[in-house]
Ligand binder design. Structure first.
Ligand code: NAG
Ligand code: NAG
Ligand code: NAG
Length: 752
């Protein structure tokens, strides 16, 4: 953008709103200062708001700069930007060596040096947000009695040795900060015209030395805004302030130490992170009444008329064996986005998934514009794979890089579309482990750059506050604009110079380049898989995921009609007296459990002597395998607790035992050439559950369960359905003869 067009744009920001009629109250005097609301009116008789000249220096259009301009627009402050498109020579990161700022200011103020009515407000821009309009700012300045008022902070910088030369202050910050000041144009011009330094010299040092010169200070009536009446520097003062939601202005800052409500906030130095967090709310960005006002502006509209969609490189990273990868892949395939506009990049480090991924590429690869499939089974260096995705995206000239780790389940098909629509440099969908506070973003950082919890972390995670949030760290799934990757000065890297993990390195490099990262919780986008302790030593390892990933376990294994039995209008089936019948697990669960058992293969001999039991003796033996033998005992007890116990409490009303106990949990195999039936017996249980794992007249013939006292049999058993009946006394029963094939049932004797 050229300087000329930019100035024009800024002119459009000027509105006539603040030129209100001024009615002075007779009772109010400027000096008393105790009739706050009216001072403004009196004051405006003397100073017009158009007398304010708001200046800043910005050589780059960073995200912080855009935030600054937005806040100026919100409060109708017309800002003139100096240095646009000039090369920045004033030191690294715009924080040290700001001589260029003084030079630009000196040149600009030349034309106002005799304008006694002009009041110059100078602020930094990358880390500054306006919190109020021109009237309030001018009013506070007038009250200060200064001709030039600098912002103040608690650190004497850049030369600590000057600290003792500062006048003492009773209350407030003692040292000058040059990131914000306000003053009459002639005085400010006088001040900057004495600048003799180079662009690389330090502006703050220059202003400090002027201020510490008693003659200069007196002559120019220089003062510091010790208590933050106008300027709030955040460095070293984050603990002094609170976010406050006001009816009129939305979110404002309350300095609880000095009891002030600052009008301009500056996230100087390391406090820029704190400013980013506050910036989510300030300048009417978010408050409890309006919600997120920045979420509906500046959106990118996706084509509706068959025009081509933005080209996205979807990069999938499988960093470790991950439970429920099958579902993960299905959700990628299901994304509501034209596959012709998607390039795939798959980076797999887990041999465990090699076959599964090859199969996916074979079956679905040709639907996408291209597929790059990299398997570094032996290579533990994850960063190179991730860096490759970035260069691949650049090579393809893609508009977006969409990174999805194998733990990130995108349950919402619209996720990719929604993220693109938000039109942010880097944006992640909020994902959490199901119903846990563990998420894919950090709300704050500690001094080493690691995780710290922000004050609003839980409100964001739990969706109590919905919006698109500027955060210092994201992971697992995010969308990056291709323009950032294409610019070699902005391009992030996963390579760390200080040995942190690739995700941290990536976010550090974005922060270093002042590129904002956002997390979006406007909708439910999906969830995170807990993959850290994934035990892959079994055949069907997801059967063991009831603890770590219970929600996913349910989706795959719990019968979709299981919950219907809790509907008060539903009559639960009772095929025999006090024998209840419920759908509980999916056919897939049955198949995988049977396969797991057959894979283990050590079926018991069906004899009375049984070394697996404490007493070594089984009165009514079957051919079976205990859950203990396949390492599933604890998981099964959890299954009883979570899914079986509530059903028991429903039908055998008044009997409550939580958690249920069960020593005997096992899969039984009946077949004609082995053990085809079980003689009549009582179970040693309060109640017994018996889940059919396959289907009569398909997998076997005969079979079933007969309750002798009632002369009642259940023979048409249903795969995945559970029979529940009392164990002793009334429900003497037998296993009926299997005449053909193999019948499998899962049995537990609960509360023996
Ligand atoms: C669940 O119940 C409904 C209504 O009875 C039935 O139509 C549907 O087939 C059942 N679903 C399954 C998977 O059995
Ligand atoms: C049960 O049935 C009643 C009457 O038909 C109905 O109003 C109610 O919504 C039903 N309850 C549930 C949980 O379906
Ligand atoms: C048990 O039921 C079967 C079939 O319903 C019937 O043929 C038989 O006579 C019954 N036995 C007794 C003792 O009632």
């Amino acid at each position: 953008m050229s300087t000329a067009t930019f100035t024009l744009a800024l002119l459009l920001l000027v509105s006539a709103d603040h030129l209100k009629p001024c009615i002075a109250e007779e009772t109010c005097s400027l000096d008393s200062g105790d009739c706050h609301a009216d001072v403004k009116s009196v004051f405006l008789d003397q100073q017009k708001s158009e007398d304010l000249l708001a200046l800043t220096v910005a050589t780059d259009e960073t995200d912080g700069f855009r935030r600054f301009l937005r806040s100026a627009k919100v409060y109708d402050i017309p800002v003139t930007v100096l240095g646009q498109n000039e090369a920045w020579v004033g030191g690294d990161m715009h924080y040290a060596g700001g001589g260029q700022k003084v030079e630009l200011l000196k040149n600009e103020l030349e034309k106002y040096k005799n304008d006694k009515n002009k009041i110059v407000l100078f602020t930094d821009s990358y880390d500054v947000i306006f919190l109020a309009g021109v009237d309030k700012i001018l009013n506070q300045f007038e009250k200060s009695g200064a001709k030039i008022l600098f912002s103040a902070e608690g650190f004497c910088w850049p030369d600590k040795n000057l600290a003792s030369k500062y006048p003492n202050v009773l209350l407030g910050k003692r040292f000058l900060n040059s990131g914000g000041f306000i003053g009459y144009a002639p005085e400010v011009y006088q001040l900057v015209s004495t600048w003799k330094g180079t662009a690389k010299d330090d502006d703050q040092l220059f202003y400090t030395e002027r201020y510490l010169d008693d003659d200069v200070r007196a002559a120019l009536k220089m003062k510091l805004d010790h208590k933050g009446e106008i300027f709030q520097n955040l460095n070293g003062a984050v603990g002094d302030i609170e976010l406050e939601f006001s009816d009129e202005d939305g979110a404002i800052i309350n300095n609880v130490v000095y009891k002030t409500k600052p009008l301009i906030v500056h996230g100087n130095g390391p406090a820029k992170q704190a400013l980013n967090t506050l910036g989510n709310y300030l300048a009417k960005s978010w408050d409890p009444k309006t919600g997120c006002t920045t979420c509906e502006t500046n959106l990118r509209e996706l084509p509706k008329d068959g025009k081509p969609w933005p080209v996205v490189l979807v990069s999938i990273f499988i960093g470790q064996p991950t439970p429920f990868l099958e579902e993960f892949i299905n959700k990628i395939v299901a994304l509501d986005y034209p596959k012709s506009a998607i390039h795939l990049f798959i980076h797999n480090k887990a041999e465990y998934h090699a076959k599964q991924l090859s199969k996916f590429v074979t079956e679905h690869g040709s639907d996408y514009q291209s597929v790059e499939f990299i398997e570094h089974i032996e290579d533990t260096c994850e960063e190179s794979g991730r860096n490759k995705a970035i260069s691949h995206c650049v090579g393809l000239n893609c508009e977006y890089l969409f990174v999805v780790d194998s733990i990130a389940h995108l349950d919402n098909k619209e996720t990719l579309k929604n993220l693109i629509e938000q039109n942010r440099p880097v944006i992640a969908p909020l994902l959490t482990r199901h119903k846990k506070a563990w998420s894919n973003f950090w709300g704050a950082l500690n001094s080493d750059g690691y995780y710290a919890r922000s004050a609003d972390y839980l409100q964001i995670v739990e969706g109590e506050r919905k919006g698109v949030w500027n955060v210092p760290h994201i992971s697992a799934c995010y969308l990056v604009q291709g323009s950032i990757l294409a610019d070699e000065h902005l391009r992030p890297t996963y390579t760390s110079s200080r040995g942190v993990d690739p995700d941290m390195a990536f976010c550090e490099s974005l922060r270093h380049n002042d590129i904002f990262m956002f997390v979006d919780n406007l909708k439910d986008f999906g969830h995170l898989i807990h993959a850290d302790n994934f035990d892959t030593s079994h055949m069907h390892n997801e059967l063991y995921q009831i603890f770590d990933n219970q929600w996913d376990f349910e989706q795959r294994y719990i019968h979709p009609n299981y919950t219907a039995c809790f509907n008060p209008n539903h009559t639960n089936l009772q095929p025999c007296p006090d024998v209840y019948w419920f759908p509980i697990v999916t056919p897939r669960y049955c198949d995988e459990l049977v396969a797991e058992m057959e894979n283990f293969g050590q079926w018991s001999e069906g004899k009375n002597s049984d070394p697996r039991l404490d007493g070594g003796y089984e009165n009514v033996p079957t051919r079976d395998i205990h859950m203990k033998q396949v390492g599933m005992e604890q998981h099964w007890l959890e299954f009883l607790r979570v899914y079986v116990r509530p059903v028991q409490e429903l039908v055998f009303h008044g009997y409550v035992h939580d958690p249920p106990r069960a020593i005997m949990n096992f899969v039984v195999r009946y077949r004609p050439d082995e053990q085809p039936f079980l003689r009549p017996h009582h179970d040693s249980s309060t109640y017994t559950i018996n889940i059919a794992l396959n289907t009569p007249n398909v997998d076997f013939e005969g079979g079933g369960c007969r309750f002798i006292r009632y002369n009642c049999s259940v023979v048409d058993t249903r795969k995945g359905w559970m029979l529940m009946h009392p164990g002793r006394l009334t429900h003497y029963h037998e296993g009926l003869y299997v005449t053909k094939g193999t019948r499998y049932i899962m049995v537990s004797f609960v509360d023996p």
